[in-house]
Design a binder for this molecule. Structure first.
Ligand SMILES: [Zn+2]
Ligand SMILES: [Zn+2]
Length: 1027
């Protein structure tokens, strides 16, 4: 029994102890409520009830209660009550010690918490069932009263506090703290919390807030830390206390987005938060991917989800957006401060931050309101500052408003930005600024005028990466309203804006631009841009302008462009070009200089055409018409010297290109007569071009040189001959030789005239001189080459086999060694003509052989030399007499006579064979022609064949058959056939010949002849399908 009592005593003692603790806790709570500043009435009421509770607790005996209600129940209930009282103490303590500002903001939450606690305490007391105890009625009544009071208690903040709380809320959300508002707010707060608004209050609040903020940051409670830093800003904005220089509250804040805003899966700030069935939220894409992997539990709470439905968490999204906005506001304020600071490192940090913020129009507007643009532009001068970021800021500002653009320009940015553009590392940002600025014409004007800006932009089109060159392109486009700029661009090689401006411009603008074009360097790549139908048409159209200056500029420009074949085609294709030029020429009132230029342009144009163009282009058809040609021919006799020369040049070009024009000129007797009179009396250049025209209408024409009737004819030939023999100008002599070569062949009076002149002597001299010159120097001057070619052409008139008298003259001159040398070292045309001359001479010798005594074929070889010696009694063609004693292998001693010309004897065989192996078909054919003359006499056929074979003739002929021209091949085959029929081929050469001939069987045009030779070689049978 005693033992039991002992145990019971211990239990009761512990219970009593707990009872006392609850009483003490209640007393502490009452003490706390005394200093509470908000909802004072509610707290006092609460405090009153708790005080009453203390009185009751003190009046009661724990032992007695435990005896009646059971010690275990009593203990649990007391513990519960104790913890509730303790919690209430904490809440009130928290209110008292913290910042008043923050308390006001949190007031509604705190009061709600208190109300909840009061109710809970009431429930605990009522569950104690003290009413059931045997205690006095008055006590019971009091307990009931306390319970009732606590249950019905409403913790309500005053409307003043509520309003202030809203005001604080609004105020800290504003991105710019208004000083007056903040002060007024502070007054209200002070009044509401019963303090005086002064420096110490603000400083005290600041100290508390900063401390709390650090605690929150340490605990990673980012939302709370953010709110605290906003409150700190609010206090600073009252300007009652000065902001410390190193206060970087704002700058630091943004590193910490609130945890709840981060997606638990992707750990980035959510942009599209969605909630899943358990209530947790994630970024939409992340949770979808999570589900797609087949996982059906919540990544956060691991709860198995009955459905994978997601719903947008709109309120969270709103909060995140709000937070972001607030975050940006703070960053912006900090960046403004940074830019205003004097520290370069701070300025750099601020620039980096600002460059992304200014993309938002609101911030750009605020930045400009702060009047910071001049400062920002000034940053460009400081190499230590982050100029790329400053440039980026400037381009955002310029984009934002016209006012910003103006301020940027006023601050002198253009010059600085262009300077920065040279540095490739910030080119991207610099060009972006200029692009924004240049959208305004007045500013674009400034940009275009900035030193070297346009060449720089143009160079950027080609040498920079895509984005930059695209921007440079747009800047140039913005500058294109100004003609001078456009011209400058073209001068730098960028022609597209030039073409556009020209097409849209007035006559005056066009004239200015055309004049500028004449001064420019044109590359083939530029020409592609100029090759534009409307550009060409606009240019041509200027020819119809009334201003001579405009016309002149246009003519010069066209002349310049004609150097490029693509453009000359374009000019030809424009139907207005030639008619307008012709009308300019025909118009009596036209300025002589313009006429001259127009003729010059036409000559350029014709030079650029091809023969077929005259059938295609309407303008050219008109130019070669009878009307145009007679107009031009008429002008020769009526114009000034310079104009006459130009017209003659044009007619020369026309007669080269148009057969019709050539005929029209030839048939104009008056014009021809005038041309010849120019030769006699004209000024040297006029004479020279009149001769060119005569030559070009005669060269290759069946009728040869058109000559006036006797006696003018004789006079004309005399004049031309004396020019060839006496002129000091090699070019003039060359044309004269050309004309002589084209004199009508069948007119014997001309031959007589030539015989009387020194023309042949002059030709001989030219051939020998040039031949000697070319031995001295490898390169033959062009005029010399042409002179030689034409002299050789003239010589051919004298070597004609039908004109014995003339040939005899040639023979006397002994110029064959020079001719043979021409074969080996002159131009193709000279070689060809020399070979033809040799063929002519050799042919005459063969003809005279044929006329001589016929020796029976069988006795040919045995024919005594004495017999041959007298073969050519009437023929005075000569060979060198120095080789007497060595007999000709073909003609025997007959050749050594002075009367014969022999290819073998004069060592022409090897040069001729070499000529066969050349690339020029004309030379090949002429050489074949010369060789053929050896094979015309049946009596000497086998000797001649042997001579050809001995001089590697087979090899040379095979070369022609393999690689020669189509026209040379049949001649070569004919020769081959003759040679084979008189020569025994060596076994070694047989397979090669066979191969080449069989190859020819595949070519339709040569098949039959090749087959005949093969039959002769007994390679194919007598009866073959090839015949
Ligand atoms: Zn969950
Ligand atoms: Zn001979």
């Amino acid at each position: 029994m005693d033992f039991n009592i002992g145990i019971e005593d211990v239990g009761v003692a512990l219970l009593q102890e707990l009872w006392n603790r609850v009483t003490l806790q209640a007393m502490e709570l009452v003490g706390e409520t005394q200093d509470v500043v908000l909802a004072k009435d509610s707290f006092q009421e609460f405090s009153g009830s708790i005080s009453q509770l203390i009185g009751i607790l003190q009046a009661m005996d724990a032992r007695k209660v435990a005896a009646e209600l059971g010690s275990e129940f009593t203990k649990t209930t007391l513990q519960k009550l104790n913890s509730q009282l303790h919690l209430a103490c904490d809440v009130i303590e928290d209110c008292r010690s913290g910042s008043r500002l923050r308390l006001i903001l949190r007031s509604s939450r705190v009061l709600a918490q208190m109300q909840e606690l009061a109710k809970e305490i009431a429930e605990t007391i009522s569950s104690f069932q003290l009413v059931n105890l045997s205690i006095g009625l008055s006590v019971k009544t009091m307990i009931a009263h306390i319970i009732n009071n606590l249950r019905s208690m409403e913790f309500q903040s005053s409307t003043v506090i509520e309003r202030i709380s809203v005001e604080i809320e609004n105020s800290i959300n504003q991105d710019r703290k208004n000083h007056d508002n903040a002060v007024r707010l502070l007054e209200k707060i002070a009044e509401a919390v019963g303090a005086s608004e002064n420096t110490s209050l603000v400083q005290q609040e600041l100290a508390i807030l900063k401390q709390e903020k650090e605690e929150m940051e340490a605990q990673k409670k980012q939302a709370e830390a953010l709110q605290l830093s906003q409150l700190i800003q609010l206090l600073y904005s009252t300007e009652i206390v000065t902001r410390p220089v190193d206060d970087n509250t704002n700058i630091r804040h943004h590193y910490y987005p609130i945890d709840a805003f981060l997606c638990p899966l992707s750990h980035v700030l959510m942009t599209e938060p969605v909630a899943i069935l358990c209530g947790h939220s994630f970024e939409k894409k992340a949770i979808q991917e999570h589900f797609e992997r087949g996982v059906t539990v919540c990544p956060t709470c691991k709860e198995e989800l009955p459905s994978l439905d997601i719903t947008p968490n709109l309120s969270l999204r709103g909060s995140i957006q709000e937070w972001k906005q607030r975050d940006m506001d703070l960053k912006f304020q900090a960046a403004i401060q940074g830019i205003n600071s004097d520290e370069e490192s701070t300025q750099n940090g601020a620039l980096q931050e600002m460059k992304s913020l200014l993309g938002t129009p609101l911030y750009a507007a605020k930045f400009s309101e702060e009047n910071l643009i001049p400062k920002l532009v000034g940053f460009l001068k400081n190499k230590r500052l982050h100029t790329a970021a400053a440039l980026k800021c400037l381009s955002c500002l310029a984009r934002h408003s016209e006012d910003c653009k103006a301020s940027i320009v006023e601050a002198g940015a253009i010059h600085l930005v262009v300077k920065h553009l040279y540095k490739s590392e910030v080119g991207q940002d610099a060009i972006a600024v200029l692009l924004e600025l240049s959208s305004r014409e007045a500013i674009a004007e400034e940009i275009g005028k900035a030193k070297n800006s346009i060449p720089l932009f143009v160079s950027m089109l080609h040498y920079w990466e895509g984005d930059v060159s695209e921007k440079a392109h747009k800047v140039l486009q913005n500058l294109s309203f100004n003609t001078h700029f456009v011209v400058k661009m073209a001068e730098c090689g960028y022609f597209r804006p030039f073409v556009c401006r020209f097409n849209e411009g007035s006559q005056e603008t066009r004239a200015l631009m055309a004049a500028a074009l004449v001064q420019m360097q044109l590359k083939e790549t530029n020409v592609i841009d100029l090759k534009n139908d409307s550009f060409i048409h606009s240019l041509v159209e200027m020819l119809s302008s009334t201003s001579p200056a405009y016309k002149s500029a246009c003519l010069q420009a066209i002349k310049k462009l004609l150097a490029h074949s693509a453009i000359s085609k374009q000019l030809l294709a424009d139907p207005m070009t030639i008619p307008l030029l012709l009308s300019l020429i025909s118009h009596v009132m036209s300025d002589p200089y313009l006429k001259e230029e127009a003729v010059d342009v036409l000559a350029f144009l014709v030079r650029a055409t091809e023969h077929c163009d005259f059938q295609i282009f309407q303008g050219l058809k008109e130019l070669q018409s009878e009307h145009s040609i007679s107009l031009l021919l008429h002008l020769i006799s009526t114009s000034e010297t310079q104009a006459t020369i130009k017209i003659l040049q044009l007619l020369v070009e026309l007669s080269h290109k148009s057969e019709q024009a050539r005929e029209l000129i030839r048939f104009n007797d008056d014009a021809i007569a005038h041309l010849y009179s120019c030769l006699e009396t004209g000024q040297p250049a006029v004479r020279r071009w009149a001769m060119e025209l005569v030559y070009s209408i005669s060269d290759g024409h069946l009728g040869g040189v058109p000559l006036p009737p006797t006696p003018r004819k004789e006079a004309v030939i005399h004049t031309i001959a004396s020019i060839l023999t006496h002129s000091p100008d090699p070019e003039e002599r060359s044309v004269a030789a050309g004309i002589i070569s084209q004199l009508p062949k069948d007119d014997t009076t001309i031959d007589d005239l030539l015989l009387k002149s020194d023309v042949l002597k002059a030709i001989h001299e030219i051939i020998c001189t040039v031949d000697m010159e070319s031995n001295q120097a490898q390169t033959v001057p062009n005029s010399g080459e042409l002179l030689l070619e034409n002299a050789l052409a003239a010589l051919l008139r004298y070597t004609e086999p039908s004109k014995i008298d003339l040939q005899k003259r040639v023979a006397k001159l002994e110029l064959y060694p020079s001719l043979i040398r021409v074969l080996s070292n002159q131009s193709s045309l000279a070689k060809q003509r020399a070979a033809i001359a040799l063929a002519h001479l050799s042919q005459s010798t063969s003809l005279s052989f044929s006329r001589a005594t016929v020796i029976p074929t069988a006795d040919r070889k045995a024919a005594p030399l004495s017999q041959l010696l007298n073969l050519f009694p009437n023929f005075s063609w000569c060979c060198s007499t120095s080789e007497i004693g060595s007999l000709c292998s073909v003609h025997g001693s007959a050749c050594s006579s002075k009367d014969t010309f022999c290819l073998v004897k004069t060592d022409a065989m090897m040069p001729l064979m070499k000529s066969l192996k050349g690339t020029d078909p004309g030379v090949q054919e002429a050489a074949l022609m010369a060789l053929e003359t050896l094979l015309t006499d049946d009596r000497t056929l086998s000797q001649a064949s042997a001579a050809i074979v001995d001089n590697h003739g087979i090899d040379s002929l095979l070369y022609v058959l393999e690689k020669g021209s189509q026209s040379a091949k049949p001649k070569a085959l004919d020769l081959f056939e003759k040679i084979l029929s008189h020569t025994n081929l060596t076994d070694s050469s047989f397979p090669r010949i066979e191969g080449v001939l069989i190859q020819l069987l595949h070519e339709d045009v040569h098949r039959k002849k090749a087959a005949l030779v093969l039959r002769q070689m007994k390679v194919i049978p007598e009866q073959s399908s090839y015949f």
